[in-house]
Ligand binder design. Sequence first.
Ligand SMILES: NC(=O)c1ccc[n+]([C@@H]2O[C@H](COP(=O)([O-])OP(=O)(O)OC[C@H]3O[C@@H](n4cnc5c(N)ncnc54)[C@H](O)[C@@H]3O)[C@@H](O)[C@H]2O)c1
Length: 388
Amino acid sequence: MINFVKNQLNVKAKKEINYNIIISEDIFNSQNEVILSGGKKKESRRFIIIDDFIYKLHYEKIETYFEKKLIKTKIISLPGGEANKTVANYLELFKELNDYPIDRRREPIIGIGGGVITDIVGLMASTFRGSTPHIKIPTTLMGYIDAAVQIKTGVNFGDSLNRMVCYEPPYTVILDKSFLRTLPNRHLINGIAGVLKLAVIKDSWLFEYLERYGEEGIESKFQNQPGQGILNRTIVGMVDELQANLYETVLERPLDFGHTFSPVLEVDSCGDLLHGEAVALDIAFSIVLANQLELLSDSAVDRILRLMDKLNLPYYHFILKPERLWESLLDQMRHRDGFQRVPLPTMIGGCIFINNITYENIVEACRGLEQIYRANGGGNADQRELGS
Ligand SMILES: NC(=O)c1ccc[n+]([C@@H]2O[C@H](COP(=O)([O-])OP(=O)(O)OC[C@H]3O[C@@H](n4cnc5c(N)ncnc54)[C@H](O)[C@@H]3O)[C@@H](O)[C@H]2O)c1
């Protein structure tokens, strides 16, 4: 029996997190009912937010699917892109949801799109009447291997990326890789940055697999066997890391690799860099930094940069400026309880956390990366051409 002790009552509970990540195909085929999991299957309603590119491409199939199942829908399409992950869009969608009163226990909200859509949908699900089940269906590589499988969701606030954030487990994540068939090359490469991050920091097997099959995976838009292998291995690795620290209470997170310096790059590029491209630049910078701190060998740096080049990932950009990278580090320290806690690789597939990076180290690493870039034919170009 709980009771006040010295005028104080302690409330304590544990919440179990339990959701499925399901690989499926042809999800709008009437035989396939995976999208109806977790809800009433007949004579019910679904509130669906969908990336407008996907909507234009598939709306007939989607509408027919739900009609056949006698499920009413309110479908709202929203353009993807970082500029649309706003509080204003979130509020507008929230109003639409409020005007279409789904049964919050038996009619999950469905989000179909890239990370922008699934992040907004997660935040809506978390805030609509406290918590409403939601299903995430990623249609970009970034969404497939990263954004949709996480419980972290949110929108940007002013100039700050992902500032209005919450942690809301989905009911289900449905992975249908056929959506990737229409994804432009630049967005495939954007997503592969997340795969590389995991490979460098945690999984040497995945790194070698990428060396062997990465290009083929991208070329086939991940529709072939090696492509599926890359996707599956990455998601398993991601979930393995996430599961132990879903609410990011442990501040030393290997998955922060590529995320210490990239936030300022995303901002400073004024929208020119996609999230994964900024992460790729951070990875390149961080491995050179690790090398200068005598953590990572020359040969490992060379191997990682060669793989980045092979996969067409950018590894240098003129906006890499020591003073801004330092500011980014200081800003991250505010979220890491005053410590740097920067994950840096000590080998391909392993990392440690560093707390004593100096401004001079950053200046040196910037110079080192630029030298590598110039030596490899960077010439006078200010930046490697993105999206090539
Ligand atoms: N929640 C998390 O933990 C987490 C993790 C990683 C990234 N993110 C977030 O994800 C976002 C980036 O995700 P993204 O790269 O998917 O961006 P996005 O959602 O903006 O999609 C990128 C572009 O691809 C288009 N698109 C979507 N699916 C398509 C398809 N199948 N074919 C052709 N075009 C398609 C979209 O319309 C958009 O123009 C960022 O906001 C980032 O913060 C969140």
